[in-house]
Design a protein around this ligand. Sequence first.
Ligand SMILES: [Zn+2]
Length: 323
Amino acid sequence: MKTQRWLILSAFAVLAAMAFLATSTEAQPGFVKLIVPGVWFCEGDLANLGHSNNIIIEMKDYLIVVDANFPSGARLTLETARRISSKPVKYVFDTHHHGDHAYGNPIWTKTGAITLAYVGVAEEMKRYEPARWQASAKQRPDVAELHLDAPEPPQQTFDKSPFILKDGSREVRFQFFGWAHTRGDGFVYLPKEKVLCTGDAAVNGPHNFTADANVANWPKVVRAAQSLGAVYVLPGHGPSGGPEILDGQIRFMTELHRAVDAAIKEGKKLEDVVPPVAAGGSAKTTLTLPGNVKNWVGPSLPAQVRDTWEEIVQKKPHGDIPH
Ligand SMILES: [Zn+2]
């Protein structure tokens, strides 16, 4: 009887610990999750610190980090990398140009790491910077205290996909499949371990940002990445998972585009579906998406509807519309 009760209690403790892990610990700064031997996932604290996720990949003699993060996130991930391995970080891959994925570049290069990206990331920086860096420095002390006028572009770029790093222990492929979240979206794929890092081309939760996007093309890009056959999917924001993250991301973008297109064809106006907001109010939309994409629906939906609307009526990717 005693043993039975102990078993029940310990089973409960394990379940409680698992629930705790699933709901909170994964996004705690410094928490790392081992995905497969030598590949760690660090979920960034997006809500409080604005951080992206990071992935640490162990090679024979060095480490690769996926995404530079903001400077404060870079420091956290650098500490984590030093805690889990004595090998140096040799490459840091910017999946795209956004601040939460690339503004930490100077932190990494100061340690001797090489920042790497698809050539489209450097081109996006030329297009949008230094305006965004300067705006970010007004909001974020970690950006301001670097005392730079502009972000540091990736030191090494490639234009032929895939770019491959390989040694006796592992092969890592850096791939470009087209314009989804930004014109520079890079994926990282480990073919033997079937691990895919997506950057913000696929997120797990209501974290899609469509301002620089090509909404209509987005599902095609994720479908190309999906054809790799990944078992482990490590998104740019939100918890790690499997192929269901890619399925959901494709569905969300498809349903968003379909719902907006239908409203336009019904003769509705943008003000009908995203009514003007009174001062101090928050944006709302009358459009609803199917229940099977609810994981991706959140407070950004009105902005996503507006961006998609502009893309459809102006007949060009939202990122090509001047704002
Ligand atoms: Zn992004």
